[in-house]
Design a protein around this ligand. Structure first.
Ligand code: FES
Ligand code: FES
Length: 173
């Protein structure tokens, strides 16, 4: 069975076709960014992309993805950080970190298809990603910051906007 992950082809000839993608990523390929949380497609910790769309890899058998492209947190930004990862760092989003790869994959998928999401869009896209540490407000702030870069503003400009707004008693990013 051939698996394409982050642009690289892998031969998994001995893998059980019923093996969930998450197992193959972590145990066979050593890509441990996606995490095992609930195992029943309810928490989002295992989120990766399949052909650019977020999926729960804990419930996706290898047989269902032959010939399709998988993207994990390790390959999200190529050789650099993805704008969502940069925004995550700028807002110091992570607490324990366990859910964060899945959160970032869902957030990045949202911005790929909708660079200027409303609060409702963000809430809808992120509803399936649970954070037991409660980092939700920082996640939303980071998505809004990354959204500005998707729309053409640099982080320097975004930072200036935040500084100006903060001096007026508001923080807009
Ligand atoms: S581990 Fe896959 S959704 Fe929870
Ligand atoms: S940062 Fe700890 S579960 Fe989300």
């Amino acid at each position: 069975m051939q698996l394409s992950v982050n642009g690289k082809a892998h031969e998994l000839n001995d893998a059980d076709p019923d093996m969930p993608l998450l197992w193959a990523l972590r145990d066979l390929l050593g890509l441990v960014g996606a995490k095992y949380g609930c195992g029943v497609a309810q928490c989002g910790a295992c989120t990766v992309w399949l052909d650019g769309a977020p999926v729960r890899s804990c419930q996706l058998p290898l047989a269902a993805i032959s010939g399709r492209e998988v993207t994990t947190i390790e390959g999200l930004g190529g050789d650099a950080l993805h704008p969502v990862q940069e925004a995550w760092i700028a807002h110091d989003v992570a607490q324990c970190g366990y859910c964060q790869a899945g959160q970032i994959m869902s957030a990045a998928a949202l911005l790929q298809r909708n660079p200027n999401p409303s609060s409702e869009d963000i809430e809808g896209a992120m509803a399936g990603n649970i954070c037991r540490c409660g980092t939700y407000s920082r996640i939303v702030a980071a998505i809004n910051t990354a959204s500005k870069q998707f729309q053409g503003l640099s982080f320097y400009e975004v930072g200036q906007e935040a500084t100006v707004s903060a001096s007026d008693g508001e923080v807009s990013v």
